[in-house]
Every structure is written in C-alpha cells, then in structure tokens.
Design a protein around this ligand. Structure first.
Ligand code: SF4
Length: 356
C-alpha cells in the first residue's frame, strides 16, 4: 500500500564557492499515515535539508538533483509553486525550531492563525477567529480569547511554539513536519511541547515527521526512526529496535551519549571526532574516521542500506535497515558492542504553559 509520504533516492546539492556540497545523498524513506517518524543525527547530517526539500523550500544555491517525493501518491517535485503552496498549507503543516521567527512580529498571533484558516479552509472571518481561539486553547494557551490579540513578543518561547503548532494544525493536515521544534527551549518546556505534539498527533490523527539531533527525544515520541550521517541514512528501525538493538555503530554511539536517569557515569560518552567536511567526505563508509570498528575495507567500500538479517538491499517497505559492511560480510572483525538501556525518557514534566 502507498505510504502517506514516500521519498526515493533524493539527492540535494549546494553549489558553493568552496565546492559542491552533497547535503542529502540518495535518501529514501517513507512516513505512514498517523505515525510519528523520527529523523535523527548530528548537525550537518542533512536532516533539515531533506525535510525542506520535501516541502519545496530549498533555495539557491541548493538544488534537488535527483529523486522523487510522493505525497499521497502525487509527485511533489513536479508541482508548480502555487500547487505546492496549497499542499503545504492544507495538507502538510510545519513547525520550525525558531517559533518566534516563524510568526510575523507585526500581527497578533491569533490573527495569523485565523488568516491561515480563512485562506486555506475558506472560513469567514468570524468562524476563523472562533476556530483559532479553540486551537489556542487546545494547545494549552491560557486565556486564549485575550491572547488571540497579543503579539509574538508578548508570548514566551514555549507559548510561541504552542502557537505555531496550533497554526500547523489549523487546516487539519495529514502530516506535520516538525524541524527541531524544541531545540531552542529549556528541558522542562521541551518535555511539555513533546507531550503536546504526541497528544495532538493522536487526537487529530496526523502523521508527524520529527527532526531532532537528540535520540532521547525520539525514543519517547516516535514509532519508527531513521538515523542520518553525512547526508545519508545509516539506519532505519522501529523505535524499540533502534533503542534496544541498534545495528549501526553510529546509532550505538548516539545511544551511549544519552543521559539516563540513575546513570552513574561521571562523564557522558561521546562519539570521537566531528562530522566530516561535506565538500570532501571520507571515502568508503563516511563514518569510518570515527568508527571504533573500522577496518581497511571500510575506507574503500561504501556500505549500502541493507536488511541486517539477510544483507539484501533495503527497500522503501523495509522497517529495518542498516548501512554497515558487517551485514554484507565485508567486515572481518565484526561489531562488538552492547547497549545497556534503562527506561526510555518518558517522565515528562507537567506544569503551566505560562511558566514557559
Ligand atoms: S562500515 Fe566499517 S566504518 Fe562503517 S560503520 Fe561499519 S564498521 Fe564502521
């Protein structure tokens, strides 16, 4: 059956003075209706560029050089800007990291939501205002009728993010793309916003593509996830498999860097080194300069995404895939790690949004 969103072989390059940056390389994934799909990786992994490309929001010098993006079976990359804008407003909602910047500073927050409703759903002004107030209430903004007329600078960071979530939901989309929605917020507010997104995804029956650098965030929120490194997918899995049985050394490294309740380590373990130069990525496996299991073969052979059980090339339908030579018998020493897991982070703080 066709998934809600299907991305196949997406390649995005930026032609800069320093050289050609392949920000997203041959990326394929799917998002099913009503699921929460996480995309995780360090800065520079290509997560946000991939999401923006899907939404047609890549500006020059960026260029989608290859691939297909199908939403409900329709090819988004061949749509003209006006058709795409209508899909973005009506069927795909967006929540960005900097919520305050996403709101227009010279219009009242509620009016911005109402205007979206009028424009995309054809409501008259009074009905749009009523719906906007209801949405502000639903996302936890206290005294929504009064807050409707306030400006973004009168909202706290957490309240701005709640307002952009209300705006994203305002046209009853099938998919929300949330790009690092909590990165700018402190950890208590982050927990409340994630809890809200989770609740609303269930209530509105909407799929969420949640982009984050924090594997701990997706562990408590997502159904499935994809791990990206240097522009590529290196692992995809249902969230429990990813968390309890990561198949890629990079995922295992991210896992060991998650703070855990009761963790007695003085210092969190980190992955040594930094993400590679995107203009001149390492040969073979791009993770090899940082991988504790790298062998000579890893410097020469680029591992494809395969089913880790069979070593066969992964397809869009596969839930489990990893890109490491271990699964194509290209590694002689094998992978030797174990992951100790306590509880996924689900102890979320309650509290008053006014404190945000
Ligand atoms: S292919 Fe080699 S370098 Fe890459 S993740 Fe596997 S063991 Fe590490």
């Amino acid at each position: 059956m066709t998934a809600l969103l299907e991305v196949e072989d997406l390649t995005v390059r930026f032609h800069t003075d320093e050289g050609v940056v392949t920000a997203v390389d041959d990326l394929s994934y799917r998002v099913e209706a009503a699921e929460t799909f996480g995309v995780v990786g360090e800065s520079g992994a290509g997560k946000s560029v991939a999401a923006r490309s899907v939404l047609g929001l890549i500006d020059r010098p960026g260029r989608i050089e290859r691939g297909e993006v199908r939403f409900k079976g329709e090819d988004l990359l061949s749509m003209d800007e006006s058709a795409l804008r209508s899909v973005r407003g009506d069927e795909i909602g967006m929540v960005f990291q900097d919520a305050r910047a996403a709101l227009n500073p010279v219009y009242a927050v509620g009016e911005q939501i109402a205007e979206t409703i009028e424009h995309h759903m054809g409501y008259d002004p009074a009905a749009a205002k009523t719906r906007a107030i209801r949405l502000l209430d639903r996302v936890g903004i206290a005294d929504p009728e009064a807050r409707y007329s306030e400006y973004p600078h009168e909202f706290s960071g957490g309240m701005c993010q709640r307002a952009t979530i209300a705006m994203a939901l305002s046209c009853e989309p099938d998919l929300i793309v949330a790009d690092e929605p909590t990165t700018a917020l402190d950890v208590t507010v982050e927990a409340r916003i994630l809890e809200l997104l989770d609740e609303l995804a269930d209530e509105f029956d909407v799929a969420v593509q949640l982009i984050t650098h924090d594997l701990g965030v997706i562990a408590g929120t997502c159904d499935r996830a994809m791990v990206m490194y240097a522009g590529e997918a290196v692992e995809t899995a249902p969230i429990e498999d990813l968390y309890y049985d990561p198949k890629h050394p990079y995922t295992a490294g991210l896992m060991s860097a998650i703070p855990r309740i009761g963790d007695g380590r003085d210092r969190l373990r980190t992955i040594p080194g930094t993400t590679p130069d995107p203009v001149d990525p390492p040969s073979g496996c791009r993770f090899h300069p940082r991988c504790p299991f790298a062998e000579e073969a890893c410097t020469r052979t680029h591992p494809s995404l395969v089913d880790p059980e069979t070593g066969e090339a992964a397809t869009l339908d596969d839930d489990r895939a990893a890109a490491c030579l271990e699964y194509t018998e290209g590694l002689s020493g094998g992978l030797d790690y174990s992951v100790e897991v306590e509880e996924p982070r689900d102890e979320r703080a309650g509290g008053d949004p006014a404190d945000e």
